[in-house]
Design a protein. Sequence first.
Length: 667
Amino acid sequence: MKLPPEDIHQRLLVARLPSPPQTLMRLMVLCQSDDAGMGELSELIASDPGLSAKVLSVAHSAAYYRSSAKTLTLLQATSTLGMALIKVLAISESVFQTFHAFRQTTSADLRRFWKHSLGVAVLARALAERQDSVGAEEAYLTGLLHDVGRLALLVAVPERYSALFGLPDDTSLCSQEQQQLGTTHAEAGAWLLTHWHLSQSMVHSVLEHHNPPTRLADTRPLTRLIHLAHLLDDLPPEPLEEPPAWASEHGLTLQDISELLQTAATQVAQIARDLGVDISDASEPSAASLAVTRPQPLDADQSALARDVLDRSVLNEMAMTLINLTSTNAALTSMRQHASAVLQLEDAMVMLTRDNQQTLVPVSMNERHLAATPLAFEVAHDPSMTHCLAQRKVVFSKRQGLSPSVLLDVMDTNEVVLLPLLTAQQCLGVLAASVPPELSQHLRSQLPTLQAFGVYAGLALSRRRLADKNRSGQTLSAKEAQTLELKRVVQAVDLLVDALSKTPQPTAMVPVDLSLAVRDTVQLLQHRQLIPGNIEVNAEMPNRAAWVQGSPGKIKQILLILIKNACETMPDGGQIMVNGGGLVQRDGGVYTVLTVADSAASTKEAIQAQLYDNAPDAARINRGQPSFGLATVNQLLEQMAGHIKFSTGPSGTRFDILLPCPRNPTV
């Protein structure tokens, strides 16, 4: 009986693709080496389909959101994750394979699969280098992953797929897969690549690599190239007396084929020698690879031990990474990224507790949630938040009919999981993550690991905060020093605003990259040490251009004034968050939002008085100093046809700056 598609997809999503232990050992060594670079790391990862798939899927997840549709190379993906997270992945896979010993689920010999995947990858790259229509790295990656569906099905449904795994990789295999499973390894692989947000060219190539040549005549260049590389790798090892019938269609002579195969064989053999993998008899199916074995699950004690070792090793490594980062903001971002890599929670938000755990304040999130996220969540208004904080336990919250849920609406999902960030004494906050329907059942079965993640993350956050506090205390040891520094900062920022106001600006408003303007301004403040030591500025802007119609100088002036204003309202220290990029509509126009929020309490009346009070500060004028306040922000926005909104409360003050979108942002 065929499995329902949704069942297959659920199993594929949680399948952990095995890697040769030699590769994992080598990866661990590199991650612990002071001399290893990202190039060496990515080269090793590129030798294994399982590791490559894991790194690519995490790097393309929402936790590392990229607006560009272009697929990352392995070097780019490895650099995006960083050495610390790669090490966590390596430890995770090593521990998992050690305790779950892949032979317990199947006795398949993976060497043949590994050799074939690597062979097609090397051939695809060589073919791409002979032509200009396909990039060599994209060809290599697609070749490496072209049969990833076979490996995934072997892990996902071993009781059904073990006997099929050892069969020749051809169209007859696809027919048997379709009959027994209701899907083929090509379809499974293409579905996974789509879920991992890889390019449609790669997805299309994996899906059609077994199609007959007649159906490839008008298809994409990459698909034709992968199909050809697959055909070449399937040729018998004996020398050919004449080229195959399909060779002339691709402009290949007998000598071309011989040179391609010889070069590929040499490269694959070299990689195997470097890793210590024996592939001498990996060409023919072994008796083991054709054997059908029933999975032997771990007993309760073994499972508990495996989970405990996995938690202690992987999550402890994560905690050390978070603690060693340079700021709490960096730790919060890294926390979300680890949730994606370790737990498959790729769309997460971190909220910290305030007001004796009566309020949760969002402090780190993906950019697509920025515009919709409120300044704070009142815990009492959400039963799931109340239960999570009161019981200090992981809670799943699902949309119930038409009942409103602010968090579900903000996360744009029908189910979230809440992980309390715990220390021995308190709950510091909550990591909330959207739960894809395909992962709901799996995540619910992982409650101990989810709970452990919150404990280790909470411990790391607590120590990170303590480090920041100690550093702040060392820098500002007395109230007088804080006051003096704040005065210096205010004066210096006012001088910067004054200088910008005197810089010639274009009469007509022009397209401005808001992301770039914000990053430049925050970096200017940091480089000139114009952020008080007891105040943390978190800037999270899109990794893309966020175009607005305006003036770069005026936008920087506005941001400087708002940050200066926030600093003045927090003489004892606090946090400032700058984010933006979301779009809103107002009065028939489309605007991009720039948000500046702080942790200082204020009142609506006080903010309104400052926004619309054009009277200058007489004391500063008498001292010959410039004076720029919120009223200046209002004036600058009027000049750019923008708007300002604000909200206040005991948890902080938030300004939303609305800047008009340009009609032609690429100009």
